[in-house]
Design a protein around this ligand. Structure first.
Ligand SMILES: NC(=O)c1ccc[n+]([C@@H]2O[C@H](COP(=O)([O-])OP(=O)(O)OC[C@H]3O[C@@H](n4cnc5c(N)ncnc54)[C@H](O)[C@@H]3O)[C@@H](O)[C@H]2O)c1
Length: 424
């Protein structure tokens, strides 16, 4: 088999900076043959870095899809609300697809893509990178070994991190449901995917509460200015003072989101003119900053889930409780602790497994998804990251949001069935 030929749609943070370097590292396995990106700097830099011929360099996905099929697969790495139309065009052209989450911000569109892909026999892999992190692979291995018996309950916390939340969900691309998706869909479709993967079961019922508590206009401290650099009197005390986030550090994320000029002057200009220099209490955001959900899976496992902006670290903390023991992890510490209950009271065996940190993004998840995608395309091994499972993970997230908005307990299968009835 020759090299897998890829076209990148959206040469931004995920496409160009996170996934593309793994294509280069894959040697003879994969290569880029086309790119579609409206931003001149990013497009030209990418085309040059990957030696893409001029005739295959496009200013938009729309221009790219007008041309006859020129690659084996497309990588859709644009913003949330663009995924659906681009995936539809890709299916119609017969491209294999690696696509960023969310599949769509509209649950119906997820189901439409699933139907289209089934009818056309197109492989779609969603970038649920968590599955490929070393820590979650270890947890899956431990669970499948049966060491903690049958799983009964799980407590799972998505600690978003106050700084990460401010960057992405207050100032950044995911601040508004209208332009991206509800926070529980944008951020936590990963967690729901991970839960159904680890538990080997679909989700049956959900209920949820939450809202936007803190990042609101009325919580702005007295005299706060519209932008941090407008001489805000709270610059020394505010946890969210933008220069603390973006000046002086390296060129990696989140500074890389400021633009292509990362000189001191370029960064200051971005903070004076762009979204990342605005006060976090400007009131332009509307997505929840905290949300809880209770979930029951079809195998009877109950899950207590919390997503919150108000944490120091950006990490997941999970406790999985089984009939014979428990598994705990705190991803920032890179450890998995497996405790097997002993005879008598608290005499169990405790095994703390240190997971080596990966030098690659999402603790190896970004590298892992690229490897898994290439393997799925080459037909090597078993692809357990099926599109139908990703659609189900998204349905869980949408059902959780439906519960938060309506105050009702939602039967996930029934919610999905009703949506399916509305698509032809
Ligand atoms: N899997 C994960 O863990 C993970 C993590 C972060 C973000 N994401 C998702 O990845 C996606 C991309 O996020 P990002 O941070 O890279 O965003 P980004 O804004 O940095 O990149 C998107 C790129 O798409 C380009 N674009 C816009 N319109 C286009 C068009 N018509 N045709 C082609 N390209 C176009 C933009 O110019 C930009 O360069 C989002 O949907 C986000 O939710 C996933």
């Amino acid at each position: 088999m020759g090299k897998i030929k890829l076209a990148l749609i959206g040469a931004g943070e995920r496409g160009k900076n996170c996934y593309a370097p793994h294509v280069r590292r894959s040697g003879d396995l994969m290569e880029f043959v086309a790119v579609a990106e409206p931003n001149d700097d990013r497009r030209n830099e990418f085309a040059q870095q990957y030696g893409i011929p001029e005739e295959n360099v496009f200013k938009s996905a729309e221009d790219f899809f007008e041309k006859p099929k020129m690659a084996d697969a497309v990588m859709i790495c644009t913003q949330d609300r663009q995924h659906f139309e681009q995936a539809k065009a890709a299916i119609e052209k017969g491209y294999t697809i690696l696509m960023e989450k969310p599949i769509s911000s509209d649950p119906r569109e997820c189901l439409i893509l699933e139907k289209m892909a089934q009818e056309k026999g197109v492989l779609i892999v969603v970038c649920h990178v968590l599955r490929y992190t070393r820590i979650f692979r270890e947890i899956k291995k431990q669970l499948d070994s049966g060491i903690i018996g049958d799983v009964v309950s799980v407590v799972h916390t998505e600690n978003i991190g106050y700084w990460h939340f401010a960057h992405s969900y207050v100032r950044g691309n995911w601040k508004s449901e209208e332009t991206s998706a509800p926070m529980i869909v944008a951020k936590c479709c990963h967690d729901f995917d991970m839960l159904s993967y680890l538990l080997g079961s679909r989700c049956r019922t959900v209920t949820s509460f939450g809202d936007l508590k803190y990042f609101r206009k009325e919580n702005a401290p007295k005299g706060a200015t519209a932008r941090c650099l407008d001489g805000c009197p709270h610059s020394f005390t505010c946890e969210y003072y933008a220069p603390k986030f973006y000046l002086g550090g390296g060129n990696g994320w989140p500074a890389s989101c400021l633009g292509s000029d990362l000189s001191e002057e370029g960064r200051l200009r971005a903070l004076r003119e762009g979204p990342y220099g605005k006060c976090v209490f400007s009131g332009e955001n509307d997505v929840c900053d905290h949300q809880v959900a209770s979930l029951v899976f079809e195998n009877g496992v109950t899950v207590s889930f919390t997503a919150s902006a108000f944490t120091n670290n950006n990490e997941r903390t999970i406790k999985i409780m089984g009939t014979k023991g428990e598994i705990e992890t705190r991803t920032s510490e890179s450890t998995v602790t497996v405790t097997r209950f002993g005879a008598g009271i608290r005499t169990g065996n405790v095994n703390t497994i240190k997971i080596p940190k990966s030098p690659y993004g999402h603790n190896g998840g970004d590298e892992g998804i690229m490897e898994a995608f290439a393997a799925a395309m080459a037909g090597i091994g078993k692809n357990d990251n099926l599109f139908s499972q990703s659609v189900h993970s998204h349905m869980i997230a949408f059902a959780v949001e439906e519960s938060r908005k309506t105050g009702k307990i939602i039967d996930v299968a029934e919610y999905e069935r009703k949506l399916r009835e509305t698509i032809i």
